[in-house]
Design a protein around this ligand. Sequence first.
Ligand SMILES: Nc1ncnc2c1ncn2[C@@H]1O[C@H](COP(=O)(O)OP(=O)(O)O)[C@@H](O)[C@H]1O
Ligand SMILES: [Mg+2]
Length: 272
Amino acid sequence: MSSVEQISVIQLPKEVDVFHYHRMQYSSVLHQGQRSKILLARSKIIPDKKFAVKQIPLLSDEDRDRFSREMWLMKLASDIRGVVTLLSRPVFCGPTGYLIMPFYDKRDLLSQTGKLSHDNWMKVFVRAAVSLRSLHKKNIYHQNLRPENILLNTRDVAFISDFGAACLLSEGCDKVDTWTAAPGFRGPGADKEDGQLCPFQLDTYSLAVSMWQVLSGLCPVKNKPLDHLDNIPPQYAALLRNLLLPDPDMRWTLDKFLTVALELHPDLSCFL
Ligand SMILES: Nc1ncnc2c1ncn2[C@@H]1O[C@H](COP(=O)(O)OP(=O)(O)O)[C@@H](O)[C@H]1O
Ligand SMILES: [Mg+2]
């Protein structure tokens, strides 16, 4: 039996209402994506408590495999601070899978473009880098880091979300031969033919592009981040420049970034 199959799930007959089963009241659609819907729900027991429910149609073997991997990796990462947690066992109800998560009031980082103070931007950056480093220590790479997949609570504390493209690197391996991150976040070299890519360096690059996008307000598909660092305060531009270097061997690792960032902001060491 594979580790994926060992996860305990709730299997409901298709006529059962998932919200009713979990004593929640459906409120609204937060997000309608190509693959999934995110629904807002409220607790029927504690009226102010809100949940985000990811609803994923499982119509093919590919959908089911992807959902299984997503829930399995969220479970594997559940002891990492700064990763979105599952509040219940994943639910299978008819041909649909459900993941029940806390609702993060400020939603995703993209919605905060231009709204974060520089101090809070740095707080988000350091917290996301610490969490990403912990994922990498468990051999999990995310493969889809972008502002839409980093969520914020009311205090601007960041949580890495959406493990739909994440993978576990096999024991003893440190390279992959494919990389599916979105255009603009993929990283120089991600499309090279001979395919020996370090997924951890590429995740680090995607995180840096995400943080650049939120600060610059520019789209990384239309603009090269390295060409648009002038309007960013120099101490932050220097951090981004080193994380965005085209040569992966010259590019800073998360360890190096955290060492320098915490010298600049020792108050953020609480996230370590
Ligand atoms: N727990 C949550 N709290 C608040 N908003 C959320 C939550 N989860 C997802 N969202 C919103 O829904 C969007 C899509 O969720 P995500 O899990 O990334 O789905 P997809 O796999 O379709 O990209 C996010 O970018 C964010 O805006
Ligand atoms: Mg997403």
